[in-house]
Design a protein around this ligand. Structure first.
Ligand code: DC
Length: 220
């Protein structure tokens, strides 16, 4: 069964989706990591972030791989043979990933790859999974949370990687990214009409995981 989990930055998608996948022994696909890897590679090769043709060419030709699978969860992402698992979380990538993922050609290449990678039983998370990548997904969940809570979660995540953070800056960055992701012309971040919306501001991870597991059980 295909389970689509969409929502804005910091809504808890990755943490929750991974746990649900582990419990059900489903595959897990983090589509944001793919846009991040393309962004990292573009920055590394000094590609102009405004140059849609160059970005499209990169997205089409880059070799993207998930490796080191354990119970359906891949711990590493590689682009053109380089492990970029940590690099894709750098602030430069955060700052540029929304601009890269606006580009129609980039999205087309990523969506094609995502459909190839998903498999039959998968928890797949992103921004356009329920609307574009798998519009026929058996279950669609749209996670939300207030901006300050999302910034708090993102800051915790960054701190855990040893990075120095300015929480106000993190909040600004999250809001800026959401604005671009929600207002872009190509597959904007929007709740699919048939998605179940879960508001998670005051819920802990375990509670959200339980709610999604129940939704999956009912959908089977
Ligand atoms: O989930 P994330 O924060 O790692 O995603 C990083 C960026 O990638 C996000 O700001 C927008 C883009 N993205 C997208 O456009 N479509 C997806 N399906 C997943 C991510």
């Amino acid at each position: 069964m295909i389970v689509a989990i969409d929502g804005p930055a910091g809504s808890g998608k990755s943490t929750v989706a991974k746990r649900v996948a582990q419990q059900l022994k489903y595959n897990y696909l983090d589509t944001g990591a793919m846009y991040r890897a393309i962004t990292y590679e573009a920055l590394k090769n000094d590609i102009d972030i405004e140059n849609s043709d160059a970005l499209t060419h990169l997205a089409r030709s880059a070799k993207l791989e998930f490796r080191n699978e354990h119970m359906g969860i891949y711990s590493d992402i590689f682009i053109n043979g380089q492990r970029v698992t940590d690099e894709i979380r750098l602030p430069e990538v955060d700052a540029n990933v929304s601009a890269v993922s606006k580009v129609a050609g980039v999205r087309k290449a990523m969506v094609r790859k995502q459909r190839q990678l998903a498999g039959n039983d998968v928890i797949i998370e992103g921004r356009d999974i329920g609307t574009v990548v798998f519009p026929d997904a058996k279950l669609k969940v749209f996670l939300t949370a207030g901006a300050s809570e999302r910034a708090r979660r993102r800051a915790l995540q960054l701190e855990s990687t040893g990075e120095k953070i300015d929480s106000l800056q993190v909040q600004k960055e999250i809001i800026r990214r959401d604005q671009i992701d929600s207002n872009r012309e190509n597959s904007p971040l929007v709740k699919a009409v048939d998605a179940v919306e879960l508001e998670t501001t005051d819920k802990d991870i375990e509670q959200v995981v339980r709610e999604i597991l129940l939704l999956i059980k009912n959908a089977l």
